[in-house]
Design a protein around this ligand. Sequence first.
Ligand SMILES: *[C@@H]1O[C@H](CO)[C@@H](O)[C@H](O)[C@H]1NC(C)=O
Ligand SMILES: *[C@@H]1O[C@H](CO)[C@@H](O)[C@H](O)[C@H]1NC(C)=O
Ligand SMILES: *[C@@H]1O[C@H](CO)[C@@H](O)[C@H](O)[C@H]1NC(C)=O
Ligand SMILES: [Ca+2]
Ligand SMILES: [Ca+2]
Ligand SMILES: [Ca+2]
Length: 321
Amino acid sequence: MNFFFKCFVLTLCLNLIEGAFRCDYNYIPTSKSWFKHHVMPATWDDARTTCSLEGATLASPITEVLELDMIEIIEKSFTPETEVFTGIHASTPAGAFHTIEGIPFSEIPLTWAPNQPDNKNDKEKCITLNGKGEIADRSCEEPRPFICYSGNVKAKPNECGNHDPEYFLDKRMNKCYKLHSTPRNFSRAFLACSAEGGHLAIINSDLEAKVLIDLFAKYPAKDMLGNGAYFWKEVAFVGFYDWGFGDWKTIEGQPIMEAGYAKFKSGEPNNSAPGEKCGSMYRKGELNDLWCDRPAAFFCEKFPNIPAYCEVSSKRNVTNS
Ligand SMILES: *[C@@H]1O[C@H](CO)[C@@H](O)[C@H](O)[C@H]1NC(C)=O
Ligand SMILES: *[C@@H]1O[C@H](CO)[C@@H](O)[C@H](O)[C@H]1NC(C)=O
Ligand SMILES: *[C@@H]1O[C@H](CO)[C@@H](O)[C@H](O)[C@H]1NC(C)=O
Ligand SMILES: [Ca+2]
Ligand SMILES: [Ca+2]
Ligand SMILES: [Ca+2]
């Protein structure tokens, strides 16, 4: 009788998904986090923005494991002396030093570099970390390399390959689109779309113009936050600009006529003072020239599978007895 109650010991080897994130990030098992180092130096605000648009956060050494991972990345990718921006800053109206996640400085175990902090010229509101594990207070405006980080995300990406509910897959074009209703100037709009794995939308057909018109209609002016005197809500940047004197080409250098859509509103382009060189679209789909340095809403376009998503799995033994 005992025989039937004898235990079976069965060891199964299971592949468990530990997490998934965009493939341009590397997974480091010690902190169970995803990292990407940006070699091109940027101001602190641009670094913070870039990480955020990539769906991540400007990395701060908030725990010892995270700090060790950051140090290793700095040593491998830069030099031990290189200082990267961390997410620790005092550049907001709130003043006191804290991480982007809101963790106060006093709760993070850190070692200052020699002679730091000195708040030189009362202008050093951002904290850097070097490959020796030392931090320093530095100007937020002086460009530096930086590291973006994401904790372990297990949720499956949406059909546009990210976790941004504002991106939607248009079945007619088989492309993903987003209207950014937080205004940016043209260069920052360009940056935002590429950080998301796409580009400023290039209108290649009447049908694609219709897709953008429909999307614009979902964002009535009254629902867009911001003072109308600074943020004109009837137009949004798209991917073309004036490469010379009225040489309207897409951001990829193709004349807009050849790209497939060149319907300017009557009276446009009018090169309104002090000069308009950047491409935008009115709510009804007609094109317009717009001031590059003034913030406006903007359209991004991307392939659903870019950036690619990578899964990491670990082997675990499950014992049944
Ligand atoms: C010229 O274009 C600007 C926007 O780009 C617009 O505000 C202005 O009304 C236009 N002027 C005329 C005369 O159409
Ligand atoms: C665009 O905006 C950023 C900050 O958001 C600013 O640093 C940059 O100088 C602006 N560019 C232009 C051409 O105005
Ligand atoms: C699982 O079992 C195999 C074979 O018995 C062993 O080699 C491996 O180290 C085990 N892995 C874990 C995570 O326990
Ligand atoms: Ca300093
Ligand atoms: Ca297109
Ligand atoms: Ca104009």
